[in-house]
Design a protein around this ligand. Structure first.
Ligand code: GN1
Ligand code: MG
Length: 342
């Protein structure tokens, strides 16, 4: 952990911080809950090697936030907190921070442990996209260019395979072979995105369960973690929910024999999403629901395996061969998913 100069952050945002608590929040950014004289806030440090253009992120969030404030004033959107000088991003040498209000009486969860939670989350992600139906899509930046482009991810994987001639390539050889052979999924992806009835919308692009706020009664309240809001296809959000909610274990599970798929969660995602998006979803998109899951499970296997071959520059590792193990997990999930939903 880099040295965070909390006093400077406190001054910039006019906060007197009395408590700082790190919050577990994924592989990329670092997040803290702080208690202050002005209430509780979330302080997030952006990972600038992943998010190279932090101003683009801030601009997207501000445009979407303003639109929602004007058109749907009742929609709960977590607007970033400005500093005293009006800027939202606080830059301290190489580090970049922003602050969000902590929404009282809400909490996040780390794992999906009932179909109800899956339904509520899917409903909230769909509602977010639905509310932004009239938003001018072309004004959004692509905060990570071609983020969920499966063709690109496949290509990056091939390059990583060709560039690595070390022990890791030997260790991963069986999986590399299997993964390289799945061009059928890349082709299905191409078919989907080039079809006349697939539509670009404002998508969240990181729909894991910990990016949803829940209230005490277990109802979804809103979605958070808005760095990757950008134009995209339904496959991104629906696919990543399938990837992250339907298994009984997380992507960190290393015993492949214990993984199974919970059908009730698959149904809950589909129903919750359709309820949130209402008539906005086309029958073509709806018919490709399972394809979205295959695409995102496969993409994540590719991304973890690419990172393994590139010595963990993106995801990091805190256990030996962790990214290989994650890739094996995602590949197993894909196999199980394809068996159940051919
Ligand atoms: C990253 O850090 P986190 O969990 O929010 C990644 C996602 C991956 C996920 C896999 C910007 O998200 O795309 O699916 O790890 N985010 C980025 O755990 O690359
Ligand atoms: Mg994230």
């Amino acid at each position: 952990m880099l040295n965070i100069e909390w006093e400077k952050i406190a001054t910039a945002y006019d906060l007197i911080i009395s408590e700082i608590k790190p919050i577990q929040s994924g592989l990329i950014n670092s997040t803290f809950k702080v208690v202050t004289q002005r209430g509780d806030f979330i302080v997030q440090q952006l990972n600038t090697s992943v998010f190279k253009d932090v101003d683009a992120i801030a601009d997207n969030i501000s445009k979407v936030g303003n639109y929602l404030k004007n058109v749907f004033p009742d929609y709960l959107f977590t607007h970033p907190v400005p500093q005293q000088n009006g800027e939202c991003l606080f830059k301290q040498e190489d580090l970049v921070f922003r602050v969000f209000p902590f929404i009282n009486n809400t909490h996040t969860i780390q794992t999906t442990s009932s179909p109800h939670e899956a339904y509520e989350a899917a409903y909230q992600f769909a509602l977010f996209t639905k509310k932004l139906t009239g938003f001018p899509l072309a004004t959004l930046h692509e905060t990570i260019p071609r983020f969920h482009d499966l063709q690109l991810r496949y290509h990056q994987f091939e390059q990583a395979v060709n560039a690595n001639n070390g022990i890791r390539k030997t260790k991963a050889s069986a999986l590399i072979k299997e993964v390289l052979e799945r061009m059928d999924i890349v082709n299905a992806y191409e078919y989907f995105i080039t079809h006349k009835d697939s539509k670009k919308r404002v998508m969240h692009h990181d729909t894991k369960i910990s990016n949803v706020l829940f209230d005490a009664a277990g109802k979804g309240v809103t979605v958070i973690d808005l760095d990757t809001i950008m134009p995209g296809y339904l496959l991104s959000d629906l696919g990543d929910m399938l990837r992250t909610y339907i298994a009984n274990v997380s992507e960190e599970e290393t015993d492949l024999d214990v993984i199974f798929i919970r059908d009730a969660y698959v149904k809950a995602i589909e129903q919750g999403y359709k309820a949130g998006l209402e008539n906005e979803i086309s029958s073509f998109e709806s018919d490709n629901f399972y394809l979205f899951g295959r695409i995102m499970m496969y993409m994540q296997a590719l991304r973890f395996l690419t990172d393994y071959l590139e010595y963990d520059i993106y995801y990091g590792q805190n256990k030996e061969d962790q990214n290989l193990k994650r890739a094996l997990n995602q590949h197993r999930l894909l196999e199980l998913f394809e068996e159940l939903y051919p």
